[in-house]
Design a protein around this ligand. Sequence first.
Ligand code: GLU
Length: 340
Amino acid sequence: MTMPNNNDVSASSDSDTNVRIRNAINELHVRYRDLHEGAVADYIPELSKVDPDLFAISVVTIDGEQYSVGDDGHMFTMQSIANPFVFGMVLDAIGRERVREFVGVEPTGNPFNAIVLDRTTHRPMNPMVNAGAIAVTGLIPGDNPTDRLNRMLATLGKYIGKVPDVDSEVFMSEKSTGDRNRSIAYLMRNFGTFVRDIDEVLDQYFQQCAVSVTCRDLACMAATLAAGGVNPHSGERAISRTALRDVLTIMYTCGLYESSGTWVHGVGIPAKSGVGGGLLAVVPGKMGIAIFSPRLDKQGNSVRGVRVCTDLARSLNLHLFVAGDESVANEDLAQGVNHG
Ligand code: GLU
């Protein structure tokens, strides 16, 4: 028998939904604020200085309603959360066929910073891990490095509603310690999949990783992706629908490093995490979700971020292959299936 599902955000009025979102994030903040598992990233020295207890959850709906709890105004660096946005920018600038000459779309079971290329094509596996992200950064159009940086910041600004800054200390910290990324870039140049000056591209990659945002900003960015590419606060289009499809697809299959399979199995929505402690998730046609909590698991994902999203997906019935299907959602809840 199909029972009405009071948790399904797709099956309720706007005001009910909004109350449920607000209650859910407040409860989850309380549930996980004493969780201290994981460790902050310290391979970029500046990141190790962050207060590990910071914790924020923000949601922006496609109508522009914003819900937030915790340290939602604290600035932190996007790190590889910038990757899908730069990927989208480059898709729109030079077209998907050209981009595919430089980067694949296959999930990787390797760590995000693996010095590995696809064995057959010699391209990086996908644009969400470092190798692919660096290759994509190398495709940003522009007349010179400053022009390219400004274009990238302007694009991110469309999602946020204002042009963001680069945290120069985090940038310099990664630039001075980023030999692993340098190795990846040299490997790509060896195979002819790198067209620009290595130092220039790496500088820009380190700058994009060091873009500073708040959890509220990140939720607005996610909501823009959820709203067909249009920022729900400003009404400005940030990405074409065609590029958006590719961005969400890659986020879905590759967004959480080597935990991407576990993520789609348990949470089931496109997402991207970064070693700065941010995690962004997109519920297409509904809302953007962001969590900031700097303690990371072994794969580099925010521990609290993953827990919060897993619980939120369950309580609001967000998994893409369950959303709207009341019987499945109820059966799932009744049987206590563990998504995690
Ligand atoms: N800037 C970081 C690096 O290149 C980004 C890693 C991440 O957030 O996945 O190592």
